[in-house]
Design a protein around this ligand. Structure first.
Ligand code: 3HC
Length: 719
């Protein structure tokens, strides 16, 4: 775990704990023993700590946080390093993050490769740097900079780290060799002033002002998160208290955080995101045993908002794109739109001018479908209509080379039906991007009954290559994301029963959703839902009216139709569930007219309105969604609950500190969730989504709460 060797006058302690040299107990013991050995060896004049492989150290071992602590802590090692009578130099390559940076800060000197990154990402795990990082960083950088670095969790480049005194020297060549040269130059120099514990915090008398300013900023930027506030408290302690008392405060706040539900959710989210890339199909094929096909070129069919956004993602990743539209006029509009996105990125400093030009060179627009014949992958992004898509796929099948993968950006349609229009259903998959595609990080990849493992591997790898978080779903109506989302449906029913749309939005935002559902509906336009409902009614031969209470034996609420028919189509018409001032069209304003419309609707239908609590709003919106999530797991549409949660975090901005709806259910307790679902099922028999999931019923019937990572084992073993 830590390789110890003596090389001339240097002891080299090489952390060797792949993949990221996390500080497991074996590593901390190895470092501690290494320091003691070096101190006892008279031939050793200086100690160099370095990481083996791609990084110096990614910090504490996150997998060990939920287990009992054993062995030595990072601070025990740190104190041994700091008090060493021989100089200790950390040589950083790759990253020094969290506990890794704390180890480096205990060293007397830090040298760095020019591409190395430094940071305290603990807040992203709901924690604070708990090995005296909050006490030591302010002693180097000053209070305001330390507050910003620690509460944001951002990574600093080597140059910035030098600017703040975190790094003493950036080196260009072989890191270990440079470390030895550096060490030779400092051997014999006094170490006292290099021990951070002896340094004073600059401008300590101004700490309350810095604290107040930073607190305001943190509450605005990281609404609902407790860790950044705790970070500020311990940084304030670093200025107000003697070193050891400040360290004790840090330890006690760290202990509070590590046992908090927010940290549990954030640590779960860290691993959930990484495990989404590790997929397994019911036939045993998996990311571990399947090679993706090569994607050196792509075509996007349909250059509307989605198609253009998808093209941007591919171009940014260096994949040449043939963009197909029906005519030159539409193509031109799309190309202008794409260039505008690139220009915006250049303006924001996210893209260089050269990169923009390179992307534009790789974009070829055409109105002739035949031009896609040589591409490796096609992503269709036309109107959401099965017949149209089948026509396009039949044509693509004839035009494209036999090895080409054919994908659809459909958000709901059956991949098997789309694939049936081709002679290569094994090469057909769904690649469901979320709008706006060039910004949203989620892609829901969908496989049908005939999609080959190679095709699945290819779309999952493509997602990674273009910087997206890819999650795999089996085909079904709406896939994981749209099928599961019952928030909008229940929110409208709640309005009909007595709640105000504005209260519902506020309650869900207080829960942590970034935007209430009625604001979202106004943003996307009420016409979208209206059209879908009209189609559904037409297919059933039903004429929808203001009095319609049931459609296909399901509860129906005509309020959204009423609003749309009154011209309240959301932001685009200046009125929807909210009203919008033309001078500030992004700011929704509650509208008394809407409350009147609701009142009249209820009177006409004889609905007696009642008081609705915040708890009921949360339960109705989330438990209905969670119940569908369990059905999705039962049917193997999602392979694991964490995949569902990743979709909710990245597709619907579910608060990461709550983990996602499935994790939230595990925290509330499955028995409690199940009981409430049964209650709502009995109360609302005409809402099929309340029919309790069998999987949930089985899990809830267990005498012990079953941890979320064991839900699926439990289910499979009971099949
Ligand atoms: N502990 C345990 N496992 C870790 C880890 C850590 N600190 N950091 C990464 N890993 C694991 C990942 O889960 C992944 O495992 P997998 O291959 O089985 O999926 C593997 O290492 C590789 O990680 P990535 O896929 O993320 O690889 P990248 O190359 O994309 O990124 C990284 C590398 C930048 C180091 C990134 O993994 C990262 O940001 N890690 C988290 C760092 C962090 O949060 N450190 C703070 C820990 S808390 C702490 O130190 C507390 C202290 O103050 C007391």
């Amino acid at each position: 775990m830590v390789d110890y060797r003596v090389d001339n006058q240097f002891a080299v302690l090489e952390i060797n704990n792949p993949p990221v040299n996390a500080l497991s107990s074996d590593v901390t013991i190895g470092l501690y023993d290494g320091i003691l050995k070096a101190l006892q060896d008279d031939s050793v004049q200086a100690v160099i700590i370095i990481g083996k492989g791609k990084v110096f150290c990614a910090g504490a071992d996150i997998t060990a946080f939920s287990k009992p602590i054993k062995g030595l802590g990072i601070t025990d090692v740190g104190h041994a390093i700091e008090s060493s009578s021989k100089p200790v130099i950390s040589a950083v390559y790759g990253v020094a993050l969290g506990g890794g940076l704390e180890i480096a800060l205990f060293c007397h000197y830090r040298i760095s490769d020019k591409k190395a990154k430094f940071g305290f990402p603990e807040v992203q795990l709901g924690l604070l740097p708990g090995a005296e990082g909050t006490i030591r960083l302010p002693r180097l950088t000053g209070l305001p900079v330390a507050m910003e670095i620690i509460t944001s969790g951002r990574q600093l480049g080597a140059q910035e780290a030098v600017k703040y005194g975190i790094v003493d020297k950036i080196v260009e060549n072989d890191l270990l060799q440079e470390a030895k040269t550096f060490a030779t130059s400092i051997i014999g120099k006094p170490l006292d002033s290099l021990r951070l514990r002896t340094k004073k915090v600059k401008n300590a008398d101004l700490v309350d002002k810095y604290y107040d300013d930073a607190l305001k900023e943190v509450k605005r930027k990281y609404k609902g998160l407790i860790a950044p506030v705790s970070c500020l408290k311990t940084i304030r302690g670093s200025a107000k208290l003697p070193y050891d008392a400040a360290a004790q405060l840090e330890r006690s706040l760290f202990t509070e955080l590590i046992t908090s539900s927010q940290s549990a959710a954030l640590r779960y989210s860290f691993f959930a995101e990484r495990s989404a890339a590790k997929w397994r199909l019911p036939n045993g094929a998996s990311s571990a045993n399947t090679k993706p096909g090569t994607v050196g070129s792509a075509a996007v069919i349909g250059a509307g908002t989605m198609g253009s956004g998808i093209a941007v993602c591919l171009l940014r990743a260096g994949i040449p794109v043939t963009l197909v539209e029906q005519n030159e006029k539409l193509l031109k509009a799309a190309q202008t739109n794409i260039d505008q996105i690139f220009r915006g990125s250049v303006q924001l400093g996210k893209m260089t001018l050269e990169k923009r030009q390179e992307c534009l060179r790789m974009l070829q627009g055409t109105a002739q479908l035949e031009k896609v014949k040589d591409v490796d992958i096609v992503i269709e992004a036309i109107f959401e209509n099965l017949k149209l898509k089948q026509e396009v796929f039949a044509k693509l099948d004839k035009i494209c080379k036999p090895t080409a993968f054919l994908c659809s950006n459909t958000s709901t349609l059956d991949i098997d039906k789309i694939a049936s229009a081709t002679s290569r259903p094994d090469k057909v998959a769904g690649t469901h991007f979320f709008a706006p595609a060039h910004i949203m990080r989620l892609v829901e990849n969908v496989y049908g009954s005939k999609t080959s493992p190679e095709t699945v591997a290819t779309v999952m790898e493509l997602g990674r290559k273009i910087g997206k978080v890819s999650v795999l779903s089996k085909t079904c109506d709406g896939f994981i994301a749209n099928r599961m989302n019952k928030i909008g449906v229940e929110a409208v029913y709640l309005v009909e029963e007595g709640a105000s749309p504005y209260d519902i939005d506020q309650i869900m935002e207080d829960f942590g959703m970034s935007m209430g559902v009625f604001k979202v509906l106004d943003l996307s336009g009420l016409d979208v839902g209206w059209r879908i409902r009209q189609e559904q009614a037409k297919a059933l031969g039903v004429n929808l009216t203001a009095e319609t209470k049931y459609l296909n034996a399901e509860r129906y609420c005509s309020l959204p139709d009423k609003l749309y028919e009154l011209g309240r189509n959301g932001i685009k018409t200046g009125r929807g569930w909210y009203r919008y001032d033309p001078a500030n069209p992004r700011k929704p304003i509650p509208d008394l007219d809407v409350l009147d419309i609701i009142q009249t609707h209820c009177q006409n239908l004889g609905i007696k309105r009642r008081e609705i609590t915040a708890q009921e709003v949360i339960e109705r919106c989330l438990y209905a969604t969670i119940n569908e999530g369990f059905k999705i797991l039962e049917e193997n549409v999602a392979e694991k609950p964490s995949d569902i949660d990743v979709i909710w975090q990245y597709g619907f901005a579910f608060p990461r500190y709550r983990g996602g709806p499935m994790f939230y259910a595990s925290q509330v307790g499955l028995r409690k969730v199940f009981e409430r679902i049964c209650y709502y099922h009995a109360t609302f028999p005409y809402s099929k989504h309340w029919l309790p999931s069998d999987l949930l019923r089985k899990l809830a019937s267990s005498t012990d709460e079953i941890p979320i990572n064991q839900w699926m084992n439990n289910w499979s073993s009971k099949l």
